[in-house]
Write a protein that binds this ligand. Structure first.
Ligand SMILES: [Fe+2]
Ligand SMILES: [Fe+2]
Length: 361
């Protein structure tokens, strides 16, 4: 069954502004000063801040950049796709442009996909850098401003190491995916300070934590493995920061206000699940974007186990924030439809960061 192409026009969009070196987005939020300097008034945030101060690794000296990385060899060892093994995943290329592809083309597709994925990680990291700087300005609590300042430093390192890895170990680089940029724009545009946390710390970073974990398990490159391990040890704290901060704030919101947050979380979830379809890769390997998307996307994205797994962190965190069950379980029902509700009792990231300590890298 072909992929439902109802919203194909939306899916095939790609960034038409690839030559610009800067992008300007309007930030509509107020900048808040606080005169309440009492450190530790929020014990959970204070603990996280103290932990972050002792967990600052250095990408230049803690990673061994002299390691030679042969991307082709790594991909070959992992196993390239071909007509036959794709059938195991329910992808039949008979009668499509892929039917006559040789190993050379499949290898090129895998190389481009790696470069695209790492490039989107890089752009997402810059999104986190910018969003967390926004939190420093907009959150009213001193403990949260302190913690967010450490996260800004973490994100600078993440941008730095992904950029260096792409620059020195990977052939190829991709501009930001248009849908990722739109999601980041929405988060920056919003005037409510908690929406930055919900969009970035809970949704984007929750998904990133799952995606990085997946890549870390798959790759046999010792440099990338260690790089991801370091980044993940920070990301787990970042997601915990979102959960700890919003838990307190959401406890005081009305059902109507909570519904706005539920809708925001659901929209971000659907957008992240459906729209990052490596459309830019299809352009680069000479495949019509519509064909690439329809051949490689599951007929029902809810049935795609990899897509589901990306929600392993998001769902328990939404539960902990009370977003699953507010308004008669509105978001619970949406996550049931997306077939990701099974993650609701997984460990939430409010605690998990203690297990992912950089010291144990
Ligand atoms: Fe990050
Ligand atoms: Fe982060």
């Amino acid at each position: 069954m072909p992929y439902n192409t109802d919203n194909m026009d939306l899916l095939v969009q790609s960034n038409d502004d690839v030559d610009a070196t800067v992008r300007t987005v309007t930030n509509n939020a107020d900048t808040i000063f606080t005169w309440d300097y009492e450190k530790g008034a929020r014990a959970g945030l204070n603990k996280l801040y103290e932990k972050a101060k002792g967990s600052q690794w250095n990408g230049e000296t803690d990673l061994d950049w002299s390691i030679e990385v042969d991307q082709e060899e790594l991909l070959r060892r992992r196993g390239l796709p071909d007509r036959d093994n794709l059938l195991d995943f329910g992808i039949d290329v008979t009668g499509t442009s892929f039917e006559k592809w040789s190993e050379k083309e499949w290898l090129q597709l895998e190389l481009e996909t790696s470069a695209w994925t790492l490039s989107q990680f890089l752009h997402g990291e810059q999104g986190a850098l910018v969003c967390t700087a926004k939190i420093v300005e907009t959150v009213p609590w001193i403990d949260a401003k302190y913690y967010a300042a450490t996260q800004v430093m973490d994100e600078a390192r993440h941008v730095e190491v992904f950029s260096k890895y792409l620059d020195t170990k990977v052939e190829g680089f991709y501009p930001v995916n248009v849908h990722l940029q739109a999601l980041l724009d929405d988060i920056i545009n919003d005037h409510r300070w908690d929406m930055t946390y919900l969009g970035m710390q809970v949704m984007v970073e929750g998904l990133a934590l799952a995606a990085f974990g997946n890549m870390m398990q798959q790759t046999e490159d010792p440099l990338l493995k260690k790089l991801l391990r370091y980044v993940m040890s920070d990301e787990a704290r970042h997601v915990a920061f979102g959960v700890l901060s919003l838990q307190e704030f959401y406890a005081g919101l009305t059902e109507k206000e909570l519904f706005e947050r539920q809708e925001f979380a659901y929209d971000a979830a659907v957008r992240m699940r459906d729209r990052f379809r490596r459309q830019e890769v299809w352009e680069r390997v000479g495949i019509d974007v519509r064909e690439g998307i329809s051949v490689f996307s599951a007929a029902d994205p809810n049935e795609d186990p990899f897509q589901q797994l990306l929600f392993a962190k998001i769902v328990p965190n939404c539960k902990k924030l009370g977003l699953l069950d507010a308004n008669d379980g509105w978001l619970r029902r949406r996550f049931e439809e997306m077939r990701v509700i099974q993650f609701e009792n997984f460990m939430d990231t409010g605690e998990e960061y203690e297990l992912l300590d950089a010291v144990s890298v």
